[in-house]
Design a protein around this ligand. Sequence first.
Ligand SMILES: NC(=[NH2+])NCCC[C@H](N)C(=O)O
Ligand SMILES: [Mn+2]
Ligand SMILES: [Mn+2]
Length: 330
Amino acid sequence: MAETAPKFLQGPKTASIVGCPFSGGQPKVGVDKGPIHLVQAGLITQLEELGWTVKFDGHHQFEEIKAGEDPVIGKLKNPRYVSRVCEEVAKVVGGHARKGELPVTLGGDHSLAMGTISGTLDAHPDACVIWIDAHADINTASSTDSGNIHGMPVSFLLGLSQNSNSSLSFPEETHIKSTFSWLKPRLQPSRIVYIGLRDIDSGEKQILKQTGIKAFSMHDVDKYGIGKVVEKALDHVNPNRDLPIHLSFDVDALDPSVAPSTGTPVRGGLTFREGHYICEAVWETGLLVGLDLMEVNPSLEDEVSVKQTVAVGCSLVRSALGRPCYKEME
Ligand SMILES: NC(=[NH2+])NCCC[C@H](N)C(=O)O
Ligand SMILES: [Mn+2]
Ligand SMILES: [Mn+2]
């Protein structure tokens, strides 16, 4: 099976690595080094060994904004920087996807998903999103406590942060709208599903309720098992198994004992196998058109933990890109 390309990709299997050394969506230094470590660990050769043609022309060099030139808008930190970087990422990811390649974006913090998912939707307007995370990342510009945009990408993709929100004062709202004007909210709440949640802010709980977005928490993983959870998740966003899939994987979905080097670890997460099972099951659908691996921070924890986290990250990508699993070796 690893030999056949997924349905929506064209020609020979080509994966385009989009390295995004970016940390502007959150305050901890080091997450910008994630992509460099993942590539240094051999990810490209590993994917070539799976039969992929891999395109990689170096990590993106994002032009920084000078100190003082990116003041907060309301509570949003680094709004112009995050917006500009994500706009660029959207173009790059969209460009690869339109050529029938599989963009694999290496983060960097999870605010980048505003860019990656916008890019996927440019090429595949009917794509659905499977979001693997300890967090819902659906705070709005008004509900956020931290002001860190990596906790908000889903709200921007849905249009909740740019559009009328009672508790936002008018000047801020228009300011946010104009700063993120490139981001056309095109994601429907019914086209995204979460797996792995266990740390949701109270404002986010309300938003999930109001929007009716389907979420499978760790409680659900315990109750039903990962096999059933992935099946239910796919049944929800992709009932006929005919829509393109974008998989956005925040490494903090995994338990901190499995992936310790990440900025916002939460105990009680997915096991090594549960994380890999999700990737294998998505690959098996033949519908994958975009993949993100986010929030690997090689500056956190000791050397052994960093190696372990980077290795797990590479391993998840290999599983999502068709590494034969035990099932096929029987
Ligand atoms: N991509 C992440 N790791 N997000 C963590 C978000 C944490 C918290 N909910 C916030 O909004 O600040
Ligand atoms: Mn997270
Ligand atoms: Mn996240």
